[in-house]
Write a protein that binds this ligand. Sequence first.
Ligand code: ADP
Length: 541
Amino acid sequence: MDPISAVIITTSIGIFFIGIIVFFSDHKRSSNIIFSLICLFFSFWAITDFLTDIPKFSKHILLLSKLTFVGPIVIPALFFYFSLIFPVDTIEKKPNSLIYKFFIFLFPVFFLFILPSSLIVKKAFLLQKQEIALGWKVGFETGSLYFLLIFYAIIFIISSLIVFWKNFLKSRGKIRSQLKCIFIGVTLTVIFSLFFGFFLPVFFKIYALAKLSIISFIFLLFATALSITRYYLFNIKVILSETLVGIIALLLFFQLFIIDKSWVRVINVGIFLLFCIFGYLLIRSVLREIKLKEELEAANKELKRLDEAKTEFLSIASHQLRTPLTAIKGYIGMIEEGIYGGVPEKVKEILEKVNDSNERLIRLVNSLLDISRLELGRMEFEFEKVDIEEMLENIVDEFHIAARKKGLKLVFEHPKEKLPEITIDALKMRQVFLNLVDNAIKYTYEGEIIVKAELKDHGNERIRVSVSDTGMGIARNEIDQIFKIYRRGTGVRLFPEGSGVGLYVAKKIVEAHNGKIWVKSQGKGRGSTFYVEIPVRKSAR
Ligand code: ADP
């Protein structure tokens, strides 16, 4: 077999497969059916053309030459129809669609009807030796309606191009890419096939390159296959792997008939069968991968949606919660101050407990609000110059009573030299330190809590604040986990009031100041030290 014929046969087999795949991918859609028919007729065209050149069939060259015209007769009409219904099957919706179809298919029916006569092909003959090149061995004498057929083909293909172009201009997004793809494919095919299959043989009597007109259809078919499968890369992967497996299987199969030694044939049958099995497995795995990817994508989308909904809910709920909590705080304050009359000591004690719980709730709600702000990207910072030493002193003062109640010593170790002023969001950084001291008191049964501030590294000045306690400590494997959202250490089951959000928010706030937060602990029951480090100069982002 000469190389050109081999290419044509392989292409036609491949295209036949593409047609079948497209048909079975959704056989209810008209565009899929029409495209599959185009593929089928193209394969028929290539096969009959191939048979014409085989010397064994030279007795039937007239019949075979006529059969090679079936493809070129039917394809332009099918393609024009395809241009009308792709990518949206609109023609069905038109009231006069039957008339449409009738007019479109009137032409191919007419040409097919006259094909057996000599109106299109008068005579077919074997070419002289010097004319034979690239496998083209048969020439033919054109009949009187041959040019009408060419005219019909050109008009229909150009009309399809115009329809595609118009749809292309109107379309957007994915459909636009699909139409662009087809438009390029059609244009390349038309230029190539007209040049090799019509101009050269008809005007210059060069038959030698005419076969290239068939090969040029590859452009169109691949472009269309690309767009028909919704311009979707994964499907193309399937199409390609299926086509490749199909072609190789067929070649292996044909090879069985060429071999004459029986033992080689047996080996080849084995290879063929093995290939079929592996090919099947390959296609199945590609299909499975695609299905998995699609499912994952869908699940991912759903998760994102749920996550956004959750954050939005969190934000709304926290706002609603904050107002009554602030009101409670106000009323407790007023009762304690005796605005509504004298309060007995016993009630005062209880009020204090109510106030403590309320404060905790307020902090939790504030943290939840911060989380929703962080996740929605709505956290805003107001930077100002702050004396951090003063800030820490105030915080330690605030917690004195709470520490004393638990029998803990709480001290603030002043730095040796005065710390420089630092540009930070005072409220948010205060919240970070409050959380660290609150945790230290919460998770320590006895001993002391030391808050320290110092200036580090004189080249690149940073202020380092540390809060160390003699409390329950943190297990080595939990050290990285506790800064994640809703994560709590395993030892805190005795403290149901925690929520696992404080350190997460603190980390985000510190990072927004270009700083670092970390913890060191010798292990369970051996205390822990939390560090926060913020650059003095570039603390604001
Ligand atoms: P919460 O304290 O509400 O649980 P945080 O985010 O503030 O949430 O802390 C997360 C976890 O880190 C805590 O549940 C606890 O396991 C651990 N942790 C925080 N501070 C300390 C500390 N000072 N000592 C021991 N464990 C701590």
